[in-house]
Design a protein around this ligand. Structure first.
Ligand code: SF4
Length: 446
């Protein structure tokens, strides 16, 4: 049961020494209740307090890692149903499935594609996370060969999927120390597969036909000592999967149902690419921790990668770039000077448009706590005075001959204050949209 700030306060020393980084024990208690602080920051908390607060602040969705230390994929630790309530913690891991019935010569090419896949967007590299070896053949030898090829060629942690315990044992022996995810323990084979998971210190998928059976199974597995579990509740269609995921996550977060407090694995497949992307997007939003796909097609991965990046960006911490003057192209003393905010998306959009225009320029990026132009202006972070101070401190005035400064069209209203703060400069109001920057710059340079 979650403790309130007041409950936690009563367990703290109440000396207000401030060593935890906040001035009072009450303020620290409120931060603990909001799960935005760690009790370890208070050096004077008693053992009893640590036990009580620790148990109450345990995330309702267990943190599970797959893969070896240093190369692991982390899942779970979620505390909210909706991103805007706080943030989602660990992004959905994308896994690509490989059947051991597929000739290895053909699979090798796709395995290399998994390793090489990289989409760069707003300064981040977006990649595939996991590979799944699927024991379609039901035989041990081809499964082991596929596992070997995946482990050696993909550079990604592996999921071992088989209904044959001998095949699972052989795959686990090959990946000793690699912490592959085992798929799956069922009500029928729970003891045998749990023994394998414990022997190899590997996380385990629990798979059962109904919600009740799944909760019973995870209780049983936890009782045997397997703590790192992932849930698999099969369904006939994507709508039912969505319903299952929502019920599981709601029961874990709002109902305090510990047997369902684990990450979820979902599977999407099919030849209908738009349908597959729609299903995968739905499950990415609600609440797949692992999404296994059988495609590597660019048209499917691109929207899913972008959606995942958008959803799993912490809304409280916008992606920012370093505030400074950036040289776009090879600008000289006569090249145009522009300013914008340090919101990463704005920076990359503006940079892209300047590069595409072919006009080299100096781009001043002002510290605005990662806010977009209009938001920063409304918050007083992108005022005329602040931009003028930034430009003076940057030393750009000594590097350029030009005395014309291009500002975003959305903040035309700061031009008067800016000219007052920058004597000798003329402020030019640029376009509102980054997409109009190219033609504007070409005319400006001409
Ligand atoms: Fe209170 Fe501990 Fe913080 Fe000191 S370090 S103010 S005792 S919570």
């Amino acid at each position: 049961m979650a403790l309130t700030g007041l409950d936690i306060f009563k367990l703290l020393p109440r000396t207000n020494c401030g060593e935890c980084g906040v001035p009072t024990c009450m303020a620290f208690a409120m931060k603990l209740a909001a799960k935005s602080a760690d009790l370890a920051a208070c050096p004077y908390a008693s053992e009893a307090a640590k036990q009580k607060i620790g148990a109450a602040s345990k995330p309702p969705i267990r943190l599970v890692t797959i893969g070896p230390p240093g190369g692991e994929v982390a899942l779970g630790n979620e505390t909210v149903l909706f991103r805007h309530e706080k943030t989602f913690v660990h992004p959905t891991a994308f896994a690509v499935a490989f059947s051991d019935a597929e000739p290895l010569r053909e699979a090798c090419h796709r395995i290399a594609e998994v390793r090489e896949y990289c989409l760069e967007r707003v300064g981040e590299q977006l990649r595939l996370d996991l590979v799944l070896a699927d024991n379609v053949s039901e035989a041990v030898e081809p499964f082991v060969e596929t596992v070997r090829a995946l482990a050696g060629g993909s550079g990604r942690p592996v999921i071992l999927r088989s209904e044959n315990p001998d095949a699972l044992a052989a795959g686990l022996a090959m990946l000793e120390g690699q912490r592959p995810l085992i798929h799956a323990a069922t009500p029928e084979n729970a003891r045998e597969v749990a023994t394998l998971a414990l022997a190899h210190k590997a996380p385990l998928v629990a798979r059962a036909p109904t919600l009740d059976a799944l909760a019973e199974l995870t209780k049983r597995l936890a009782g045997m000592g397997v703590q790192d579990l992932v849930l698999d509740l099969p369904a006939e269609n994507p709508a039912a999967v969505l319903q299952h995921n929502t019920v599981i996550r709601k029961m874990a977060l709002k109902g305090g149902c510990e047997p369902l407090g684990y990450p979820i694995i979902n599977f999407v497949s099919g030849c209908d690419l738009p349908g597959l992307v729609a299903d995968a997007s739905t499950l990415l939003l609600k609440y797949a921790s692992i999404l296994v796909m059988d495609t590597l097609q660019y048209q499917a991965l691109l929207p899913l990668m972008m959606l995942r990046q958008n959803i799993y960006t912490d809304p409280q911490k916008p992606i920012q770039v370093e505030p400074k003057v950036y040289a776009i192209g090879e600008p000289g003393p006569a090249s145009p000077v522009l300013v914008t905010t340090n919101f990463s998306l704005t920076y990359f959009l503006v940079t892209g448009e300047i590069e595409n225009s072919g006009v080299s320029a100096h781009l001043g990026v002002v510290e605005c706590e990662g806010m977009s132009v209009l938001t920063a202006w409304a918050a007083g972070k992108f005022s005329g005075a602040k931009v003028a101070a930034f430009l003076k401190a940057s030393g750009l005035e000594q590097q350029v001959r030009t005395r014309r400064l291009i500002i975003p069209g959305y903040v035309a209203q700061i031009s008067g204050e800016l000219e007052e703060g920058l004597p000798g400069w003329e402020v030019v109001v640029g376009p509102q949209e980054a997409s109009d920057l190219g033609p504007f710059l070409k005319r400006f340079a001409a």
